[in-house]
Design a protein around this ligand. Sequence first.
Ligand SMILES: CC(=O)N[C@H]1[C@@H](OP(=O)(O)OP(=O)(O)OC[C@H]2O[C@@H](n3ccc(=O)[nH]c3=O)[C@H](O)[C@@H]2O)O[C@H](CO)[C@H](O)[C@@H]1O
Length: 299
Amino acid sequence: MKCDLRNFDELEKVFSEQNFETIIHFAALKSVSESTTKPLEYYENNILGTLNLLKLANKYGVKKFIFSSSATVYGPPKELPIKETAQTGQGITNPYGQTKFMMEQILIDLAKANPEWKIIILRYFNPVGAHPSGRIGEDPLGVPNNLMPYIAQVAVKKLSYLKIYGDNYETIDGTGVRDYIHIMDLARGHLSAIERIQKHENLSYEIFNLGTGRGYSVREMVAAFEKASGKKVKTRVEPARAGDLAKVYCDPTLAWELMAWRAEHNIDEMCRDAWNWQQKNPYGYAKKSHFDEIEMGFM
Ligand SMILES: CC(=O)N[C@H]1[C@@H](OP(=O)(O)OP(=O)(O)OC[C@H]2O[C@@H](n3ccc(=O)[nH]c3=O)[C@H](O)[C@@H]2O)O[C@H](CO)[C@H](O)[C@@H]1O
């Protein structure tokens, strides 16, 4: 079932026909660069969509709520690793990040105002990889903005080389360091959150980092991907990308202490599964492969 969260009436129809117990709110626009050129679309979609969803959830008594937030709400970190108690909302460089921060604020205010609400906010670090079957993966629209799908498309020869955005940061090899997390671990984090929210009657709102707690540089990611795929990934160093940070990685221990969740997949598994999906879907989901088109042409 598909529904536009901006359309209150359409969404109300869904609520009236279904009997929801818990909501996991993933629905948001998520491109950093696009958000800088289309801020109104981002604010409308992400904020209005969330308000509509919450109003209806309130009306229909669905008050267990899990929200997919982002490490972006921390802005430039003052301390590493980043804990959930670190300051948020300062130095966010783009509308996408602002909307995530605002959505968090709306949820926190709601939980404070009404003790019936039970809310878990999950702050994702850098989700990568794919389902191990190779059937569910990341198929970005147009040229990828994020590192892993870009590397994968270079390895499969859809793109010619990776632009490394800056090699002059104070990091292990000068390139940006991030906390990459396998999407299967991330998915499991939601199951742990559902369990926790259903078990704990007096939970109001809680916030968890979902990351591995370990940072990898761009060059380390390229090397891991080359190892997993057996393909050479050509790179070229370019100027640093505006708004990028040198190092971002989290302290994920709260999720372990309270939800018994921790990331289990390492960087090699992230690259293996991303490569498996990319090989099986070299042209993404929508388009048939070149070979299918040739076959169709002869039919
Ligand atoms: C500031 C911000 O809001 N960042 C968002 C962005 O994080 P990030 O900017 O951390 O993710 P990313 O995958 O775009 O970049 C990761 C690292 O790779 C570098 N890099 C990336 C692409 C490329 O072609 N070449 C290259 O060198 C980049 O400079 C950085 O050091 O995406 C994430 C999704 O995974 C989240 O949505 C984050 O909120």
